[in-house]
Design a protein around this ligand. Structure first.
Ligand SMILES: NC(=O)c1ccc[n+]([C@@H]2O[C@H](COP(=O)([O-])OP(=O)(O)OC[C@H]3O[C@@H](n4cnc5c(N)ncnc54)[C@H](OP(=O)(O)O)[C@@H]3O)[C@@H](O)[C@H]2O)c1
Length: 274
């Protein structure tokens, strides 16, 4: 199905398009063009990996956190509920080991109704929890490993894998990804395990790899009305080359105001239907 839409650039909010379409900008008019006229944004085959959705909250100056000892909460309650709904729609949630160590998240669904709805569909109450580590520096006492009834999945560098198996026991399945683990291998292995929809929740080093390797179909980014202003703090991404750049802009699908937080939604591949 092909939709055409026209919106004026001056609109305060570009939202709720019936289809996610690429566009040309002519003067003040954003002209939506059919999908068939576009090229695939990402060169690699996407058939052998899950649909990958990146989600995070950033400050107005693009930081994921501050540099202090405690996690900076950027989202508000409404936005946290949106993220809970996103989690409920996914098969797996991936975070980097540094986020696991620093934030100590349990990654459980908060809303009992969402857990119950998944159970009715024959799914685990909470999506599979996934992390990656080279160092193997993961505490078996982290909340990440505390969920009852379901082992977490840990992708590890070869040097760390055996030690982690011993330390984590039945709380985790440890997958040895060799000397230099790559997120492409993580995505392929998750796909082979039946994960069709993967939510990547950061942090910055993890986002950087998925984005720079063109392994992202959608980005949802909540912008909080605060500045961090400290270069010691982690940014959304690290420096490097990204497929979306001034010559190849990402497609904005939606902007939503959730209280004082703005949620931007971008299509990063033509797998993202909008
Ligand atoms: N605002 C938000 O929405 C949000 C979301 C998530 C995180 N955060 C913040 O982001 C910060 C953490 O971000 P970060 O960039 O420092 O770290 P990160 O991306 O969370 O984790 C990086 C770590 O993940 C492991 N890793 C990454 N790529 C790997 C690969 N290819 N193979 C194996 N292991 C790999 C390594 O663990 P080892 O060091 O164990 O080798 C690496 O040091 C925290 O402050 C957190 O609060 C904010």
């Amino acid at each position: 199905m092909v939709h055409y839409q026209r919106k004026y650039k001056g609109s305060a909010v570009l939202s709720c398009f019936s289809a996610a379409l690429p566009h040309r900008v002519a003067g003040d008019v954003v002209e939506w063009v059919p999908m068939a006229h576009t090229r695939r944004l990402v060169g690699q085959s996407v058939a052998a990996r899950p649909y990958i959705l990146l989600s995070c909250a950033v400050s107005l100056d693009g930081y994921l956190d501050d540099a202090g000892p405690r996690r900076l909460l950027l989202s508000n309650a409404v936005d946290l509920d949106r993220v809970d709904a996103l989690r409920a729609q996914c098969d797996a949630i991936l975070i980097g080991a540094n986020t696991l160590r620093r934030d100590n998240p349990h990654l459980q669904l908060r809303d009992p109704a969402r857990r119950q709805a998944r159970a009715i569909r024959g799914l685990p109450a909470t999506p599979l929890r996934v992390t990656a580590t080279r160092s193997g520096d993961l505490s078996p006492h982290a909340n990440f490993f505390a969920a009852a009834g379901a082992a977490a999945l840990v992708y590890a560098a070869h040097a760390a894998a055996d030690g982690l198996r011993g330390a984590l026991g039945a709380d985790a399945i440890v997958v040895d990804l060799g000397a230099e683990p790559a997120m492409t291998a993580v995505a392929a292995d998750l796909h082979a395990r039946g994960v069709q929809r993967l939510l990547v929740e950061g942090g910055g080093r993890v986002f950087t790899q998925f984005l720079q390797q063109g392994m992202a179909d959608e980005l949802q980014i909540a912008v909080a009305p605060v500045f961090v202003g400290d270069t010691r703090a982690p940014r959304f991404v690290r420096a490097g080359a990204f497929p979306w750049c001034p010559g190849r802009r990402a497609r904005l699908l939606d902007v939503a105001a959730l209280g004082d937080v703005a949620v931007l939604r971008y299509a990063l591949s033509d797998r993202c239907a909008g």
